[in-house]
Design a protein around this ligand. Structure first.
Ligand SMILES: [Zn+2]
Length: 321
């Protein structure tokens, strides 16, 4: 694909891909941690255990219009993989994930390496910072050496942990998209920083695009990215989840339907079409989907983007804002 991610975002909204782990769990290839395999909780060993399933999902996203394929390296740190029994294969799993994405992408899409929170800050507190830094440094080095086009730092609940990942990512010289996840409240990260503060800080610390992903459906996450967008002079990234949340619990992973009854709270693809239709007027530069977004949702967003392409703006007000 000609041009790097920043050049593409400079031209128009870039359509990313959707969520891998929840979709692959539905297909029987990923464990939720709620069953017998307690250690295997949303870990990405499918890249070596069932590479054809991963390859197929990449193909579906590409066919739906994704301009970026994310290598399935979410929760791929050595520590998280060790808890799942795959620590010795950390390098192999991360390399395989990048190679599979690249193989499917060919010259039709960019490949992003994904780095997510380690969960150590939640378990051990800020004293884990040194260990966390080593884990990010190792995983980012593997992704960079294997050959990703850029990095997406995503699903960070705490700004302090994100800043460690960002410092490690910056040393590669690769473009960086950094997206926070807001829970349990929309107004601040778990360590007490507002969306506005996050976007300013992350841009100041070397991310090129900032935004939010996961936990909320389009209509709720839009409130967060609007706040982020208004604080900075740059396009934002948004990758909503596809599950209906509530005012009391605005994050699907804290709802009782997570993880085994998610089908009962699935949001329709029309909400994603509507978001995409207004992406340009909302200042969104990178638009994808997170948990619950399969290829049908990406296709709906591709439709929303192309429906408004020649009008230069979204068609009227969003139906839900
Ligand atoms: Zn997600």
């Amino acid at each position: 694909m000609p041009g790097g991610i920043l050049e593409l975002i400079g031209r128009d909204v870039v359509l990313g891909d959707g969520g891998y782990l929840i979709e692959l769990e539905r297909r029987g290839c990923v464990a939720t941690g709620s069953g017998q395999d307690k250690g295997k909780q949303w870990t990405p060993e499918v890249a070596v255990e069932n590479p054809e399933a991963l390859r197929q999902l990449h193909r579906e996203f590409l066919g739906a219009g994704s301009m970026v394929l994310q290598a399935l390296t979410f929760f791929g740190s050595r520590e998280k993989l060790t808890r799942a029994g795959y620590g010795a294969k950390t390098e192999v799993i991360n390399q395989a994930a990048v190679r599979i994405a690249r193989d499917v992408a060919g010259d039709r899409a960019l490949v992003a390496g994904t780095i997510s929170r380690t969960q150590l800050f939640e378990r051990e507190g800020p004293s884990a910072a040194g260990h966390v830094r080593d884990l990010f440094a190792e995983q980012i080095r593997i992704l960079d050496d294997t050959g990703v086009d850029f990095l997406i730092l995503e699903t960070f609940f705490r700004l302090d942990e994100m800043l460690i990942a960002l410092a490690c990512a910056r040393s590669t010289g690769l473009p960086i998209i950094a997206t926070m996840t807001f829970r349990p409240r929309l107004t601040s990260t778990a360590d007490g920083h507002s969306p506005e503060e996050c976007s300013k800080t992350l841009l100041g610390e070397g991310a090129q695009i900032v935004g939010a992903n996961c936990e909320q459906e389009p209509k709720r996450i839009l409130l967060v990215v609007r706040a982020m967008r208004q604080a900075v002079d740059a396009p934002v990234a948004v990758q909503p989840a596809a599950f209906r949340t509530t005012d009391e619990t605005p994050c699907f992973c804290l709802l009782p339907q997570f993880p085994d009854e998610l089908e009962t709270i699935h949001v329709s693809r029309h909400e994603f079409f509507d978001l995409a239709s207004h992406a340009r007027t909302e200042g969104i530069g990178y638009l994808g989907g997170c948990c619950g977004c399969n290829a049908a949702y990406i296709r709906a967003m591709a439709g929303g983007l192309s429906a408004t392409k020649h009008r230069g703006a979204g068609a009227g007000a969003l139906p839900w804002v």
